[in-house]
Each structure stands twice: as structure tokens, then as C-alpha cells.
Ligand binder design. Structure first.
Ligand SMILES: Cc1ncc(COP(=O)(O)O)c(C=O)c1O
Length: 365
């Protein structure tokens, strides 16, 4: 059964399924976030279009969250929309964008919509990031941009300060645009922004989907230096603004972040241990990256001969646990891994930990 049908099944059984397929966050949401959504509903703000720049305080709160000054931003329907604006505005047919395999492949699709090409460097090997050396080797005269996911989806690897600096230097040396996708930043206390090293040509793709648990709200932003953002804004296809309830949720999330983020990180640590113990019980399965700096693991099942798509199927239909086969994220290595996030209640991580060894046993040749 195709993955799309698995999603139909999972949505039909939403309340029973352990939702571990999209790196979302099903942990309790901070009450301040819920109150902000309810207050906006009570005031029927949804009758009007929101102020295009954003509800008062939200753009400023995003800049403050990142510790950035002098950057401009556009609020978007999730980070993915900002990446669409940026690729559309800044790429032309024939351009190459250095990216990775695995990666969040919908971005590669966006690059291809511009007639450009995603040149995917294989990072399914140590140190599981796009090192400055590998980035440099991939540059050709057609290279226009470099796309970084940090921390990485799906590997969970985080770039060190010197790796970010090195990649930014490669971008500067070749006058490339650097798109720094920081969707999973909050999970990594050591995260470093590429904008620190290459502010003049770095765009940051920012999301409220993962750590604050607001994926269904569809709110994020694209940020960059003012001159670059002038170009990006030419492709802002959303002149009437972003869902007002989502914006209130986002602002409340930033204002209450100190109260909820430590608890989320702690649950991630506990769930990482639970899942690792289950992986360790299965001969031939392993975690290429541990601990993860994001909210997910890629579990390598290559040596077991088990097809990750069959595993997705069995876990969902036999155990109501929905993870994701690697083929969604990788053309080169998709048959070797299975992705599982852990921003879920501890009981769901335990359900995965019980189901995974059993499903692997059933499927092993
Ligand atoms: C690397 C990466 N970028 C962007 C997105 C899209 O996030 P959003 O929900 O903010 O559009 C995702 C979603 O999983 C992602 O993994």
C-alpha cells in the first residue's frame, strides 16, 4: 500500500494512532498557547484579514528568539511556503542547488519547479552532515545556492559551530545564496545560525510546527537581510496574510517558550532512550546518529533486509504506530532506514518500542 493510503488510514484512526510519521509534536500544548487561540476566536478576529506584516509583536518576537538584528521577514503558511518564495524568487532554469541525501525532499521539488537542479550530496555516512569539504567539492559553475537542514531531518545530526562556519565560508567564497532550514533548531541547545557568519546572503527558514506543536496551524517565516528579502517578497503569493489564530498561537508560544521548551527536551531525552533500547534489541538495526539533535531518529535497518515500506505498513496496520519509510526522504538510501520522531507522549514511544522488534521479526527474511 502506498504511503499516501497509510496517511488516509492514520487520519481515519487519528485518536488511536501513535503519530510518528511527520516529526510533529503531540505532547501537551502550553495553556498560554491555547488561551491565545481561544481569545482570538472569542474576539472574532477571524472576521477580518490579519495585518499583513503580522499581528503586533510577532515579527519582533521571532527576531528576538533568533537574537537577530537588521533582518527582515515574511510570515508564511509554515516554513515550507517561505522556501517556495525564496526558491522561486532567486533560482532560474539551469541553476544548481547543493543539498543532501537524505533531505526533506519537498524542497528539492520546489527547486525543480524553478527549472533548477538539487545536487544531493550523500550524507548517509559519517559524520552525517554536509561538511564544508563535501560542499566545496560539489560546487560547479552552475551552483547558485546551498541548502542546509540543521538539525537534519531525517538523520537528527546537528552541525557544529565550525561546520556551520565552514559551510558559510564555502557559500561566501563562491558567492552562493545560503538557505539555512532551522525547522528543528529548538531541539538542539547548541544550534548555531549560519546568518552569524554570512549575514549578507543567508535566508533562514523558520517554523512553528515542531517544538511548539503547531504543525496544523501552518505558520512559519522566511527571514533574511533586507536587500535579499526585497527579492524574495516579489514572490510572496500571500498578500492577505497568515491565519490569525495561528499567529496568536505562535506569539504565545514564543512568549511562553522558557516554560515549555525544557519539558519538551526532557521528554525527548527519555523517549530517545526508550527507542534506542528497542533498536538495540533488533539484530542488524542501529541508529546512525545518537543522540539525535532534532526530534527524530533515522533507524538503519539495511543489514536486516527488511523493506522500510513494509515496516511502515505493518507498524501502522498491526500496531497503530505510524512511522515513515526512508523512501520519503531519500532517493539514494531510502531502502535502508525508517524514520521515527519522539515528540510524543512517553506511552507512544513505549508503544513503538514494543511494536518495532515484533514487526521486524515478522518481516525478516
Ligand atoms: C527540513 C524541513 N523543512 C521544512 C519543513 C516544513 O515545515 P512547516 O510545517 O513549517 O512548513 C519540514 C517539515 O517536516 C522539514 O522537515
Amino acid at each position: 500500500m502506498a504511503s499516501i493510503d497509510n496517511f488516509e488510514f492514520a487520519h481515519q484512526h487519528r485518536s488511536e494512532v501513535a503519530w510518528m510519521s511527520q516529526n510533529t509534536n503531540t505532547l501537551p500544548v502550553h495553556p498560554a498557547i491555547l488561551d491565545a487561540i481561544r481569545a482570538s476566536v472569542d474576539q472574532r478576529e477571524f472576521n477580518n484579514y490579519p495585518f499583513k506584516r503580522g499581528i503586533f509583536g510577532l515579527p519582533e518576537a521571532i527576531l528576538e528568539d533568533l537574537g537577530l538584528e537588521g533582518f527582515d521577514l515574511v510570515l508564511t503558511n509554515g516554513g515550507i511556503e517561505g522556501e517556495y518564495f525564496a526558491t522561486r524568487a532567486l533560482l532560474k532554469p539551469g541553476d544548481e542547488v547543493i543539498s543532501t541525501d537524505p533531505a526533506f525532499l519537498p524542497i528539492h521539488a520546489q527547486i525543480e519547479m524553478c527549472g533548477a537542479k538539487a545536487k544531493a550530496v550523500d550524507i548517509y555516512r559519517k559524520p552525517y552532515v554536509l561538511t564544508p569539504e563535501r560542499a566545496n567539492e560539489a560546487v560547479t559553475p552552475a551552483t547558485r545556492a546551498l541548502f542546509l537542514i540543521d538539525p537534519d531531518n531525517p538523520l537528527g545530526s546537528g552541525y557544529t559551530r565550525s561546520q556551520v562556519k565552514g559551510v558559510a565560508e564555502v557559500a561566501r567564497d563562491h558567492d552562493l545564496l545560503l538557505i539555512d532550514d532551522i525547522t528543528y533548531r529548538d531541539f538542539n541547545p547548541d544550534h548555531v545560525l549560519a546568518a552569524e557568519f554570512y549575514p549578507e546572503k543567508t535566508l533562514l527558514s523558520y517554523s512553528f510546527s515542531k517544538a511548539p506543536g503547531l504543525a496544523g496551524m501552518r505558520v512559519g517565516a522566511i527571514l533574511g537581510p533586507t536587500e535579499l528579502m526585497k527579492q524574495v517578497k516579489r514572490f510572496d503569493t500571500n498578500p492577505l496574510g497568515v491565519n490569525v489564530l495561528a499567529q496568536h498561537a505562535a506569539l504565545a508560544a514564543l512568549q511562553s517558550k522558557k516554560e515549555w521548551l525544557p519539558g519538551i527536551r526532557k521528554t525527548c531525552e527519555t523517549n530517545q532512550r526508550t527507542i534506542k533500547a528497542a533498536v538495540d534489541r533488533v539484530d542488524g538495526a542501529s541508529l546512525p546518529v545518537f543522540p539525535s539533535k532534532a526530534n527524530m531518529f533515522a533507524i538503519d535497518v539495511g543489514p536486516t533486509g527488511v523493506n522500510p515500506e513494509a515496516l511502515e505498513e505493518r507498524l501502522l496496520h498491526d500496531y497503530l504506530v505510524h512511522g515513515r519509510a526512508g523512501s520519503y526522504l531519500s532517493r539514494l538510501n531510502g531502502s535502508r532506514f525508517f524514520r521515527v520522531p519522539f515528540t510524543v507522549p512517553e506511552k507512544d514511544a513505549k508503544r513503538f518500542a514494543e511494536a518495532f522488534p515484533e514487526a521486524m521479526k515478522k518481516l525478516r527474511k
